[in-house]
Design a binder for this molecule. Structure first.
Ligand code: RAT
Ligand code: ZN
Length: 417
């Protein structure tokens, strides 16, 4: 047992937090077997939707002008606008600089084509290995939608489960948020469902989910919900949750993840970059946790205003695991605020972060930035204990970090190592 001295405490925590392997429990990344779905490289990084909304603020052209450009032209324009005409001080722009630096590029040259040429020498498989090594990520959970035809064919060909570093999460947004479209998709896949809610439709939708959970070996079901999501309610969503989602999750023994508080397409002209956050009703989660004490719920919310109440709710329900600082909350100041009060209310019994990466190299910055903050918050707490005469050992620091960055997730799934 190595007691860590006061002088070494901060450094030890930081070193361990920066180097501990991580399970990234929600991303939009794919294993190399998924081909074009796996986004990587300079142009994908620069056209990340977070950067699209930041850059278009500076433009005086029609929105359609941006979308008429090729990806490379868009990337060049965003580089010019956000990095050269202005300084990259936002989270997403500074994140791109962190990526370049960690990939070993000379950021002072400011020469985009040099970076492009360097990466062009690499295969996707090489880059996946390099990035996972730099970022210290060993397990990545994807977001998987059987209604996506490109993705579906990878699963049906049996290639979806080849890379053991990647895990699936079955996304059910269409079933909950766009039932007419879901009916159409289900029918095309050969499931005998109708718009009208009937015993047959319930059974067939359950069959669809169960078959796909098994095919993907999905770790959990996942959905993103608007802020006005109510439960229980006399509506399609409540029926779908009570009669399909929960019974299927229980049958397969997996959690249900709800990401609540998005308002889609506030500005449709921005495409994927046009979504907004909105406040949610935490009592919907409360009602779910109370009604289904044996069902596990992974929950994150998008509005800053909901975070404290949601954290308090997690004190009341052990079947509720809060996770991540989602999307617009994934910025330094708010990650610090949220991590601090989560630790103060829950200790280490939560999942402080997920990356939500869409482009592979983003793992580097999203995790580096978050690890630093997690280390800072924990170090403050250990230091305070130290003043009271309670000395944490290096093993205990490792255990706490491993809980937050890995084990809390796997244990919640019933798959603890
Ligand atoms: O964070 C994002 O990139 C968003 O566009 C969404 O994908 C969100 O994370 C979600 O999973 O719905
Ligand atoms: Zn996401």
């Amino acid at each position: 047992q190595t007691n860590v001295s006061k002088a070494d405490l901060r450094q030890t925590v930081e070193h361990l937090a920066m180097s501990m392997p991580v399970t990234d429990m929600h991303t939009h990344l794919y294993a190399p077997e998924f081909g074009e779905l796996l986004l990587w490289g300079i142009d994908e990084l620069l056209t990340y939707h977070y950067l699209i909304s930041e850059s278009i603020r500076w433009s005086e052209e029609e929105y359609s002008h941006f979308w008429s450009m090729t990806k490379r032209e868009q990337a060049d324009w965003i580089w010019q606008t956000l990095f050269l005409d202005h300084s990259p001080v936002s989270e997403a722009t500074s994140g791109f600089i962190t990526i370049l630096t960690r990939l070993g590029f000379d950021v002072s040259s400011r020469n985009l084509d040099d970076y492009r040429q360097e990466l062009a020498k690499r295969s996707v498989n090489e880059q996946v290995d390099i990035v996972m090594q730099i970022a210290g990520i060993d397990k990545i959970v994807m977001t998987n939608d059987p209604f996506d035809s490109i993705e579906r064919s990878v699963w049906l060909s049996g290639n979806g489960k080849k890379d053991p570093r990647f895990y699936a999460a079955l996304r059910v947004d269409t079933l909950l948020n766009d039932w007419p479209l879901a009916v159409n998709e289900l029918q095309n896949l050969g499931y005998d469902v109708q718009m009208e809610w009937s015993k047959q439709t319930i059974e067939e939708t359950r069959r669809f989910l169960s078959e796909w959970i098994i095919r993907m070996d999905a770790l959990y079901l996942a959905v993103s919900m608007p802020g006005d999501f109510q439960y229980p309610a006399d509506d399609h969503r409540s029926k779908m949750i009570d009669e399909v989602m929960i019974p299927v999750c229980q049958g397969q023994n997996i959690p249900f993840a709800l990401m609540i508080g998005v308002r889609r397409k506030v500005n449709p002209l921005l495409g994927l970059a046009g979504d907004m956050s909105m406040r949610s009703d935490v009592s919907a989660v409360e009602a779910l946790c109370r009604r289904y004490p044996d069902q596990k719920f992974l929950i994150t919310m998008l509005a800053r205003e909901n975070q404290h109440e949601l954290t308090v709710l997690a004190r009341k329900f052990r079947n509720l695991m809060i996770f991540g600082c989602w999307w617009f909350l994934h910025i330094e100041s708010i990650v610090e605020e949220m991590t601090r009060f989560r630790v103060e209310l829950l200790g280490t019994s939560m999942i402080p972060q997920h990356s939500d990466c869409r482009v592979f190299e983003q793992l580097i910055y999203k995790w580096e930035h978050s690890r630093k903050i997690i280390a800072k918050v924990l170090a403050d707490k250990y230091e305070k204990l130290h003043y009271s005469g309670w000395n944490v050992t290096e093993e205990e620091i490792k255990r706490d970090l491993d809980d937050m960055l890995n084990q809390n997730f796997w244990r919640f799934l019933g798959k603890g190592q």
